[in-house]
Write a protein of this length. Sequence first.
Length: 339
Amino acid sequence: MENRLLAFSLLLSTAAWVTAHADIASICRISDAWRALPDGNHCQRFYVCTGDEDLPFQEFSCPAEYHFSKKLRICVPGVCSNATLACGITNSVERIASDCLRYRHCLEGGAYTVAKCSAGNYFDPGRKACLPVAITAAHQCSCVLPDNATLANPSDCETYFRCHSGHAELVQCPSGDYFDERVGSCLPDHTGICLEKPTMPPTLTDQALAMNECIRTGSRLAPHSRDCQRYFVCARKRVLEMRCPRGQYFDAVQRYCSLDLRNQCQVQEEKKDQEPAKLEQQPEKEVVETQLKNTVKKEVQKQVLIEKEKMEKELQVNAKQPLEAVGNYDKFSSKFISF
């Protein structure tokens, strides 16, 4: 049964191919030589009429990264697709996944050409246009962050942005919650963190380092020198500090937030968290040492008092021998000089 279906589909495709070529042959027999005709099924293929009755046309294909323009009747730069669902409405523009600098210009029949924004611009899928690179959630979701990544809203801590297909969607936290950037989700605001926590801009030193990195590499993104989850966005002589989603780190080579599969970023954070703990333990150690010294000092003083009492008793016993008593006192007096 399957063999019959396969054979039937081959017959249909062959019949379609024969019909298409028969139509091209009919057109070329009544057309001038060198007339170029598009292929109805393949946007890279085209036919050229020869003016020969027996061989009325020849089939050609455009080079790689080119397609045949039905309007200009020549091969033009840009790839195309033969799928009817590959592109939307004719003459509309669409975002290309994983590439914020390029976009598709939809043609007839689902085909499309690929265009690129000029330097310093990116394609905004919301406005469907090339816009200047700016420090916005729209730019981050289109160029830097993957789908489902979250971003804090600097103007409202009760809302946040979620990336979806290159768009930055504004999401409202439940009533009484605030968006925690470290966790990447909404949490109950029991202590009024949303009201008290200001948005801290990066320090001047961090800004200068990030701007120098952007100038040196020619990139709009720069890694953070002390936090592998954070990065900087350089735009129009301004620098904004951003954070990758939870479980991801900023790849300084790819300039992109990637999954931290080896937990390298987490290990670094744990080391940083342990350093303050060590510093807090040092005063406790000093207290213990001070207490130990005080205990030893008291024991020494106690021993001195015992020696002194013993000496006084000996002086009383030997009161009849003053010279000997004075000699004994001088013998023990050296013990008090060191204290």
